[in-house]
Design a protein around this ligand. Structure first.
Ligand code: NDP
Ligand code: PMR
Length: 388
């Protein structure tokens, strides 16, 4: 069902800094401008599915110099959702600074993203801001069309954006009527990733990756995951009912609305979705599917809806009590590693980092690694976003 013109996949050692013997530091200055790329390839995205390609012309990832025959790898092209602050911005900055990546910052607030990139010192030639509001499926589809029309290649997609409403007493909803936390964090990203899978598959880049940011707080096999309210998707009756709070609950398990639980449930969906992608598509596409817990970045805007006292005390608690605190900069380096490190090509993995900031494959909770639940979340989600 799934065909790819070129499959370039290799095993790398952890010390390797090159893909297939191609120097990553030998980049020609890439030109992703629409004019330069126009006509580089044809597109074949079907409604959320991936379909066999017909004579697609691909932006080559590797070119050989006509004079000395030396191979060079073009700049990688990576979409990062929610790159206007916190982890997303730090990751965009870390990748852009290498000079080896062009970052498409997929953000709902264009001006905020531009300002953030500027104040982070990102060089204009290393990023493009494109509008994406994950709280609207129309916006997700429009983003995909815009991206495809730009004719930029897609080598890595990072689903990072999130909302967290710990103090909301009543649910709020996306444009399509889904509870906001799960609607943005899971359903918007689910549609985005499905629609862009074909583009990832077309890329000739040596390592293509789809990364969905998870969290420790969705994993009940940890202390953090046992702080109430705990994640629990139950029998998915609320999700199956559309999370609209009218004829169904706004919560995945069908229970009463709790903002913090909606966020944690959405993170479980993120981690289940990554694994389901892996099971369905890794073997035939070679794409690496991964999730991660970047550490507790306790001073990001994720906590903007918490009371001021919490925002003051939480970073101190994480720094001095749990010692789980990481800076935005450090977390950005971690996610950038999952995007580009040649040693992190293993698919289906949930990455974490130890006290020395070394990455390791972490264990997910029973619920966050339940294949039957993952399949059902996938099937219900594709109905909700209009793919099935
Ligand atoms: P931030 O609030 O700093 O960043 C979230 C980003 O998501 C912002 O850019 C925000 O845009 C964007 N966003 C929110 N809603 C939408 C939407 N409807 N459409 C498009 N973009 C949207 O939080 P963090 O950086 O902390 O969070 C990033 C990721 O890290 C999340 O997936 C979170 O779950 C995860 N994470 C965070 C941890 C932490 O300790 N902070 C720990 C574990 C995981 P805008 O700037 O316009 O608001
Ligand atoms: Mg948690 C023991 C380690 C640990 C870690 C690594 C985190 C991470 N937290 C830990 C423990 C505890 N937290 C304990 C013992 C408590 C009770 C005092 C506690 C409380 C707490 C609150 C109220 N923690 C929180 C909150 C939030 O509102 C945050 C949250 O759940 O956001 C969804 C949060 C977090 N703790 C973390 C991390 C990473 C978060 C936030 C972000 C996230 O998971 O995305």
């Amino acid at each position: 069902m799934f065909s790819r013109n070129v499959v370039v996949q290799g095993k790398q050692s952890s010390k390797d800094t090159s893909f297939l013997g191609i120097s990553l530091s030998d980049h020609p200055k890439p030109d992703f401008s629409p004019l330069a790329l126009k006509g580089c390839r044809q597109r074949g995205v079907s409604a959320g599915g991936v379909r066999a390609q017909t004579a697609a012309v691909i932006t080559p990832a590797v070119t050989r110099s006509p004079t000395d025959g030396k191979k060079t790898l073009r700049k990688g092209s990576v979409i990062v959702t929610g790159a206007s602050s916190g982890l997303g911005l730090a990751t965009a900055k870390a990748l852009a600074e290498t000079g080896k990546w062009h970052v498409i910052m997929a953000c709902r607030d264009f001006l905020k993203a531009e300002r953030a990139a500027k104040s982070a010192g990102m060089n204009k030639e290393n990023y493009t801001v494109m509008h994406l509001d994950l709280a609207s499926l129309d916006s997700v589809r429009q983003f995909v069309r815009n991206f495809q029309q730009s004719n930029m290649p897609l080598d890595v997609l990072v689903c990072n954006a999130a909302v967290y409403q710990p103090n909301a007493r009543q649910p709020s909803f996306t444009a399509d009527g889904f509870e906001l936390g799960v609607g943005v964090n899971h359903l918007g990203h689910f549609l985005l990733a499905r629609l862009l899978l074909d583009d990832l598959n077309k890329s000739e880049y040596p390592s293509r990756r789809l990364i969905i940011v998870g969290s420790i707080t969705g994993n009940t096999n940890t202390v953090a995951g046992n702080v109430p309210p705990k994640a629990d998707l139950g029998d998915l009756r609320g999700l199956a009912g559309g999370l609209n709070g009218l004829n169904s609950s706004a919560m995945i398990n069908g229970g009463t609305f709790i903002g913090a639980k909606a966020y944690k449930d959405s993170k479980v969906c993120n981690m289940l979705t990554m694994q389901e992608f892996h099971r369905r598509y890794h073997e035939e596409t070679g794409i690496t599917f991964a999730s991660l817990y970047p550490g507790c970045i306790a001073d990001t805007q994720l906590f903007r809806h918490h009371i001021p006292e919490f925002r003051f005390l939480f970073p101190l608690f994480q720094k001095y009590v749990t010692k789980g605190f990481v800076s935005e900069e450090e977390s950005g380096k971690r996610l950038a590693q999952v995007v580009s490190d040649p040693s992190l090509t293993k698919s289906g993995v949930y990455w974490s980092w130890n006290k020395n900031s070394a990455s390791f494959e972490n264990q997910l909770s029973q619920e966050a690694s339940d294949p039957e639940k993952a399949r059902r979340v996938w099937e219900i989600s594709e109905k909700l976003v209009g793919l099935a």
